[in-house]
Design a protein around this ligand. Structure first.
Ligand SMILES: [Zn+2]
Length: 254
């Protein structure tokens, strides 16, 4: 079987000599692993078209369960991401969460579009990285079946109250009055300032072309980024090595 599809390379691993294995998020087959025979030859033919973060048109052969890259042509290489370790670590984290959440052997055009928009924004450098991180985490969760219900308080249906809380376990919001009435413990939920809730609603309910287009003060952004991250970890019930690395870089430990 022969297939040509557009893909973002989300992992690369040299195996021996010129050969390597890549993991690619493809429009037509979701996440796949593929061998690149003679990677250096291929690379010299078409610069870094199978390198990490590269967006390429790739032609694959499938032999039983194994994909082999026959041709690759770079569309965008996102070279600027590699020049800054914080940008690089965030992009690596995105690769890991897409690898975990995007489908395998199924069309994944929306995932490719989201990852591309995230990488474009990182490379361009005109939006805070915390904003790009929060948008990508939350929207990826929506795509993969974990969309939270942020329309109104899950108990009384109020759209807006003085204080709303986010329930990361059940993916819903609840107002302070209902928490009091039901007698639940406030500590189980995260208080959402109005701006943070508005941002979350924007990320979940806007057209993909607009999801990165909002602003929030630094404090709100950090809170938002913490909430989307905790929601991702709670829903997927696992940790991400590249996320720890991103935090180490951001906090100046590395
Ligand atoms: Zn309520």
């Amino acid at each position: 079987m022969r297939l040509t599809t557009d893909a973002v390379i989300i992992r690369e691993k040299n195996i021996s000599g010129d050969d390597r294995v890549i993991t690619a998020l493809t429009k037509d087959r979701g996440v796949i692993s593929a061998f690149v025979n003679g990677a250096k030859r291929l690379r010299s033919k078409n610069a870094s078209s199978t390198g990490l973060f590269c967006y390429s048109s790739i032609t694959l052969f499938k032999n039983k369960d194994t994909y082999i890259v026959n041709e690759a042509s770079a569309i965008e290489v996102f070279f600027d991401i590699r020049r800054d370790i914080e940008k690089l670590s965030l992009a690596q984290y995105f690769c890991e969460i897409f690898m975990a959440l995007a489908p395998q052997e199924e069309p994944a055009g929306e995932y490719v579009e989201l990852l591309l928009r995230a990488l474009y924004n990182i490379a361009k450098g005109s939006r805070p990285l915390s904003l790009i991180k929060a948008v990508t985490e939350l929207r990826l969760l929506c795509l993969s079946g974990y969309q939270p219900d942020l329309v109104a308080c899950s108990a009384c249906g109020e759209y807006e109250r003085e204080q709303m809380y986010f329930d990361k376990v059940n993916g819903r919001i609840i107002c302070s009055e209902c928490i009091r009435r039901i007698g639940e413990r406030v500590g189980e939920y995260t208080a959402l300032p109005a701006g943070v809730l508005a941002a979350m609603r924007h990320i979940v309910y806007s057209d993909i072309s607009k999801i990165f287009a909002f602003s929030l003060k630094d404090e709100g952004l950090e809170l938002l980024s913490g909430i989307t991250e905790k929601y991702l970890i709670a829903q997927t019930d696992r940790t991400y090595k590249t996320l720890d690395f991103y935090h180490s870089v951001k906090n100046g430990i590395i």
